[in-house]
Ligand binder design. Structure first.
Ligand SMILES: CC(C)(COP(=O)(O)OP(=O)(O)OC[C@H]1O[C@@H](n2cnc3c(N)ncnc32)[C@H](O)[C@@H]1OP(=O)(O)O)[C@@H](O)C(=O)NCCC(=O)NCCS
Length: 184
């Protein structure tokens, strides 16, 4: 099966928002308050926000294109972490952050997420930076298993604010292949 993965542009903003509205709740703990989840989607995952992210320096989004829409997306960020828990946990510096990674449930277990991860790690490696890190909710067993089978290892914990509550994340990292040239 050929999977169409390419960089997102401002033209993708509405389709990215539609995909994110379906996939963000899947990453939240079962006891998350629905109003907090919806508030996060409205604030951080709107079409307007995606249009801005598509043009934000140091931020690159990849998307899986399928059936005329977007079936999954990832975002890598070149800004360095400032969270003290993250800084204490990482053994590699400087790092790329794998800030977002979401695949529509219609495509789970079908290889699309692995193809998106391969393209995302290739993009991260093209930065020339020696490592990549991410945060994942400690209750998100499927995502943790997915990340570990794609080379990430647990190095610490941090907290993620959703509404007026804090959720617990694992911090994962992996080394990136050393490149002679930087292409980010
Ligand atoms: C995380 C995600 C991208 C993974 O994509 P996917 O297509 O589901 O991944 P895969 O099927 O290739 O791998 C999932 C693995 O978890 C396993 N798994 C599934 N449910 C599980 C569970 N409840 N507990 C532990 N492992 C589980 C699967 O068996 C598989 O492992 P295997 O290949 O060794 O059998 C996708 O599920 C997703 O988008 N989820 C919702 C959004 C999300 O949580 N994003 C991450 C935010 S940090």
């Amino acid at each position: 099966m050929t999977i169409d993965i390419s960089r997102a542009t401002t033209d993708d903003a509405a389709a990215l928002a539609a995909c994110a509205a379906v996939t963000f709740p899947l990453a939240c703990p079962a006891d998350s308050r629905p109003e907090d989840v919806q508030q996060h989607i409205a604030t951080h995952l709107s079409a307007e926000r995606f249009a801005a992210l598509a043009e934000l320096p140091g931020h690159t989004m990849l998307c899986i294109r399928a059936d005329g829409g977007i079936a999954g997306w990832s975002m890598v960020v070149l800004d360095q972490p400032t969270d003290t828990d993250v800084l204490a946990a990482l053994s590699i510096s400087p790092v790329v952050e794998l800030s977002k990674f979401y695949v529509h449930p219609d495509h789970h277990g079908r290889g699309s997420a692995s193809a998106l991860m391969a393209a995302t790690l290739e993009l991260a490696a093209a930065s020339g930076l020696p490592g990549v890190w991410l945060g994942v909710n400690q209750e998100n067993a499927r995502a943790i298993r997915f990340y570990e089978k794609h080379g990430f290892g647990r190095v610490g914990t941090k907290r993620f604010r959703l509404g007026d509550r804090f959720e617990d994340d694992f911090i994962l990292q992996q080394a990136l292949p050393v490149r002679a040239e930087s292409a980010a």
